[in-house]
Design a protein around this ligand. Structure first.
Ligand SMILES: [Ca+2]
Ligand SMILES: [Ca+2]
Ligand SMILES: [Ca+2]
Length: 258
């Protein structure tokens, strides 16, 4: 009986790995309904945004497969109001591989990075772009697939010689809404204003000092020898830390694979 169970379990494991073929490195769960930026962000009022949730991360995971890094965003709601695929959700991942790098997340995110990046990846619908630390587009053959039914965005990034290195890198994922300016290509993060408009979110600021990011993953502050390594901040504190008076942007924390 025990032997049969073990064989069944092994078969199930083999089926799982055959189906995915990817080695999971880390997965972060995220709350549903915290797609509110600094605490009170709202979606644009156009009916295309429905009940909202297009920028709500439920989980983010990093996998490795044949020299590719795979980033998987499970969102609360992907929508396709015009039957042209997901054009409203935009996700980004900044990757910090070494000292130095870009201190700002681009494409109108309006946020700084605690871990300055060597690569930034942006995806919406079936379009994906990778830029380097100088904001130059790098053509490394990144791809994105979107499963509208499962609300999953899967980005594959071939980066040479990643073996053994990715475990030391730092990753900053972020989600917002896309604005392609009607052009159909990869656009920017859609603007958040103080008051929501038909195509602009609300709950932010009319001047471009507030993040255009609705949801992030807040890393757990690690305890060192039983003491807190630092104060655990909430997402609202992090995304609400912009100051017009001091000219300060918010700084997104980075995730580490452990
Ligand atoms: Ca969330
Ligand atoms: Ca860096
Ligand atoms: Ca979150």
């Amino acid at each position: 009986m025990r032997r049969i169970t073990v064989v069944l379990m092994l078969s199930a494991l083999m089926l799982c790995s055959a189906a995915h073929g990817a080695e999971p490195l880390s997965v972060w769960q995220d709350a549903a309904g915290d797609d509110t930026g600094d605490g009170d962000y709202t979606y644009p009022t156009n009916a295309a945004f429905g009940e909202g949730g297009e920028a709500d991360i439920l989980s983010f995971s990093i996998e490795k497969e044949n020299g590719n890094l795979i980033f998987v965003f499970h969102m609360r709601s992907l929508v396709d109001p015009w039957e042209i695929g997901n054009r409203l959700t935009m996700v980004a991942v900044a990757i910090d591989t070494e000292e130095g790098g870009d201190k700002e997340l681009r494409r109108n995110a309006n946020v700084l990075l605690a871990a300055p990046s060597e690569y930034q990846i942006f995806a919406a619908g079936e379009t994906v772009a990778v830029i380097d630390a100088e904001s130059e587009l790098v053509d490394i053959g990144a791809t994105v697939t979107t499963d509208m039914a499962k609300n999953i965005i899967r980005i594959s990034v071939p980066i040479a010689q990643i073996d053994g290195a990715a475990s030391a890198w730092r990753f900053t994922p972020a989600a917002g809404l896309q604005d392609d300016y009607g052009a159909g290509g990869l656009g920017d993060f859609r603007e958040v204003r103080a008051e929501p408009e038909e195509w602009r979110g609300g709950g932010g600021h009319d001047l471009a000092i507030d993040p255009n990011i609705y949801d992030i993953i807040v890393p757990e502050v690690k305890k060192l020898f039983g003491f807190l390594g630092g104060k655990q901040r909430t997402q609202e504190e992090i995304l609400g830390a912009y100051s017009l008076e001091r000219g300060e942007y918010v700084v997104l924390p980075a995730l580490e694979i452990n």
